[in-house]
Design a protein around this ligand. Structure first.
Ligand SMILES: Cc1cc2nc3c(=O)[nH]c(=O)nc-3n(C[C@H](O)[C@H](O)[C@H](O)COP(=O)(O)O)c2cc1C
Length: 229
């Protein structure tokens, strides 16, 4: 009799333990699911805030990559840079993606002094000018993705980048804007790309502070990984 009672008790304990384990497993699973969901939605809303909801988070197919950049080498301090800030960032992207690079070179080069360049850039903006590009344009048909980088000049891409954008159709491709700047972030570069190429898959761009360009490799790599490169 006592043996039978013991057996029943043992069975009850086993059922009780299994029930506890099942409840704990369900609670833990739900918690993890909820955390993943809220992380994802936070990320999505952050991306859409940055990009006014238009830019995509992932390339359709990242395939063959081209980096197009314009860089003046002098920033605002007229300092002794060996290469321009934007070129530094372009090279970090190149190192990670193995992309081809194309530099936009001005037929009429910009002056060395910041002041003279600033005046000219402002005039070009006022005139909605399209300054001539000296070198042959790249054959973009070969590429699935084009990164488009430049310094922010008066809150926008320099007008010579607009010359490039008017001349080259990037609709249907992944297009990724990037800038260097002295406080304005991307300025309106992201919007300019979205407006110019309504049928492109415009990905979330990045703005790197020019004077931090040389220390930005990790940030650039993290951004590239986030957008699928
Ligand atoms: C003509 C001109 C206009 C600029 N306008 C801005 C601006 O509106 N906002 C900003 O944050 N930086 C501005 N800058 C600073 C540059 O964006 C910054 O120094 C950039 O990193 C230079 O890149 P680069 O060395 O590749 O040419 C301007 C610089 C120049 C020469």
């Amino acid at each position: 009799m006592v043996r039978k009672e013991l057996q029943v008790m043992r069975k009850r304990i086993v059922v009780f333990v299994i029930a506890i384990v099942a409840v704990v497993a369900v609670l833990v699973g739900y918690n993890v699911f909820q955390r993943t969901q809220s992380k994802d939605s936070a990320r999505i809303s952050q991306v859409s805030r940055t990009n006014q909801g238009k830019s995509k988070q992932r390339p359709k197919k990242n395939g063959k990559v081209l980096i197009v950049y314009f860089s003046r080498k002098k920033g605002v301090s007229d300092g002794p840079l060996k290469i321009g800030h934007t070129k530094v960032v372009a090279d970090f992207i190149q190192q990670r993606t193995g992309a081809d690079e194309y530099e936009i070179k001005a037929a009429n080069p910009y002056p060395k002094s910041f002041k003279a360049t600033a005046d000219r850039a402002q005039q070009e903006q006022t005139d909605d000018a399209r300054p001539k590009i000296k070198n042959k344009l790249p054959n973009v048909k070969k590429y699935d993705t084009v990164f488009l980088g430049a310094p922010v000049w008066w809150s926008e891409y320099p007008m010579i980048v607009r010359t490039f954008m008017d001349a080259v159709d990037l609709n249907g491709k992944n297009v990724v804007p990037f800038t260097t700047h002295k406080g304005s972030g991307m300025g309106s570069a992201q919007n300019q790309v979205e407006k110019q190429y309504p049928d492109a898959n415009v990905l979330e761009g990045i703005g790197i502070e020019g004077e931090q360009a040389e220390n930005s490799q990790k940030e650039v790599d993290q951004w590239l990984s986030k957008i699928g490169y």
